[in-house]
Design a protein around this ligand. Sequence first.
Ligand code: FMN
Length: 394
Amino acid sequence: MTGFPDLSKPFTQARLGPLTLRNRVIKAATFEGMTGDNIVHPELIEFHRRMAAGGVGMTTMAYIGVSADGRGTPNELVPDAENESSLRLLADAVHEQGAALSGQIGHAGAVAASAGLRGLSPSRFFNPLALRKTKAMQAEDFPRILNAFSETAKRLVGSGFDAIEIHLGHGYLLSEFLSPAINKREDEWGGNLENRARFPRQVVAAVREAVGAEVAVLAKLNMTDGVPGGLWVDESVEVAQMLEKDGHLDAIELTGGSSLQNPMYLFRGEAPIAEMAQAFPRVVRLGFRLVAKRFLREYPFEETYFLSYARQFRQALSMPLVLLGGITGYETIMRAMAEGFEFAAMGRALLREPNLVNEMAEGRTRSSLCVQCNKCMATIYQGTHCVLDSPAIS
Ligand SMILES: Cc1cc2nc3c(=O)[nH]c(=O)nc-3n(C[C@H](O)[C@H](O)[C@H](O)COP(=O)(O)O)c2cc1C
């Protein structure tokens, strides 16, 4: 394949850095909740085998913590030597179905409060999830976390992963560095944008160095945090330009919102308050119900809801970009391609119908059966699934 990619045919082969994917559809990271006790459960392998069998070009295992204090929920995997053989089985199962496998790696920062921790952040602030102040990053945390990113990426690649996606969004640690509202440091890691972007850029460089040129490296970047005073498009475009210039990434996936302060901004649609409350231990349930309406503020769902922001990035960058958010089927994939995005990522639509890509490649134009009820969000504690995806319905 030479020259510019032909985006008019999303269901044909596509280059993603060193990889050749069978099409331009990527299964977006949807934390699977199938790694309790730090074990890769067989259900996780089946989850991604099913996604791969459904036709995606690449499926993304999520969310993988780089260190114990970087877990966003207690059942997240922090890969160690004991996981290597089961991760290899996962990679083999995906490859057998003709798809590539990516692993989303990150440090949850203050969001680690959901795992019962105090949460780490660039500078100290009152953590609404922990109901106490976060721990500010100390000098020794920088090399420790940088190394944890490299080691985790290396371990995944050693277990057969084809790509690594670095989480720079959703209010997780690296996104907190970018946020002018959260990062109040007065040293070389805070202040102007160059300083706030320093640690995320170092992590991206370290991951690339760790995995080499044969592996695709992507970043999931917030275009806006969706909170007053947070990162917004003007600065985020500049961060993306810095990342493009650094030259370590094969693509940037564009997202927005904050798991810490404004989670529904990520998803749009209904806030599954009752289901989320049910998923929490009894003691937290009442408190959650009291704050839930404000914490899970609703935004109406629209197809390709991030497109108007993402266009600013398309215009400012020449590197491959992945459009995400409200891609529901053939028409929205074609819209993404027509706007110049090289890849389209789908989360909920594929949870609802894992076979959607095969069906679209064979001519299906009707969009997904997902109704954006977002009740899948509450299933991440026991095994992520679409609550409508039962044999009686699908
Ligand atoms: C159940 C569920 C779990 C998710 N887990 C993650 C995650 O671990 N990491 C992440 O970056 N995004 C996560 N997301 C967000 C998705 O990757 C995606 O950004 C969002 O669902 C919007 O895409 P969609 O409209 O195609 O669903 C999750 C979404 C859902 C529904």
